[in-house]
Design a protein around this ligand. Structure first.
Ligand code: ATP
Ligand code: AMP
Ligand code: MG
Length: 184
């Protein structure tokens, strides 16, 4: 079982996943980590530089990363439905990535844009974009469209979970419930 967990940068994917994985003993593979390992060879030092690479290069690394990740069992995959690049929204899960990963569920983590902006401002560990609320609204709405396409293509259900301020633990519990943890 491979559960793909997505959401715009700074929404709290990694935070929510760390909580769920601690409780469940389920592994997490961060797609960006695998891409970083591959991008290191190109002299990329920082994960927030990957989305600024030429789109062809990003696609090349993305494909290699998907092939590695597709071999892993029982993992949450921490990734993106779309990556905001200078050339437009790059699909994080194009057809060849979906085929390699074959996810059993596609999750979108969301929250209000104003909250995302504050989270990005507070988190100095990353170089996230300075998007306006309107830009984030657009990005989250594009992600829903991409998520619906991925769901139709794979047959995997699409789940939308809110990660409200101070409620990451609750979001992780909803995630666990959706994947049926504790039912068997
Ligand atoms: P990226 O796609 O860039 O990796 P992300 O979605 O993984 O982003 P996180 O790194 O998990 O985002 O979270 C971004 C910031 O928001 C962190 O500082 C984290 O502590 C904080 N955060 C996450 N969830 C919540 C929450 N529910 N309430 C308050 N702060 C939160
Ligand atoms: P993250 O830590 O989730 O922000 O991931 C770091 C970077 O990895 C992102 O900003 C993207 O450039 C890249 N990345 C992550 N997942 C994907 C994906 N599915 N397709 C393409 N690039 C991705
Ligand atoms: Mg993250």
């Amino acid at each position: 079982m491979r559960v793909v967990v997505t959401g715009v940068p700074g929404v709290g994917k990694s935070t929510v996943l760390n909580m769920a994985s601690r409780k469940m003993g389920y592994g997490i593979i961060n797609f960006g980590d695998v891409m970083m390992e591959l991008a290191n060879e190109l002299g990329i030092k920082n994960r927030d530089e990957i989305r600024k690479l030429p789109v062809e290069k990003q696609r090349e690394i993305q494909k290699l990363a998907a092939e590695r990740i597709g071999k892993m069992e029982n993992v949450f995959i921490d990734t993106h439905l779309s990556i905001k690049t200078p050339s437009g929204y790059l699909p994080g899960l194009p057809e060849w990535v979906l085929r390699a990963i074959n996810p059993s569920m596609i999750v979108i983590i969301e929250v209000d844009p104003d909250i995302i902006i504050k989270r990005r401002e507070r988190d100095n560990s990353r170089y996230r974009d300075e998007d306006s609320p309107e830009m984030l609204l657009e990005h989250q709405s594009i992600n829903r469209a991409f998520g619906a396409s991925c769901s139709v293509f794979t047959g995997a259900p699409l789940v939308i979970i809110k990660n409200e301020e101070g409620m990451a633990e609750k979001a992780s519990e909803i995630l666990m419930e959706k994947i049926g943890y504790g039912k068997h």
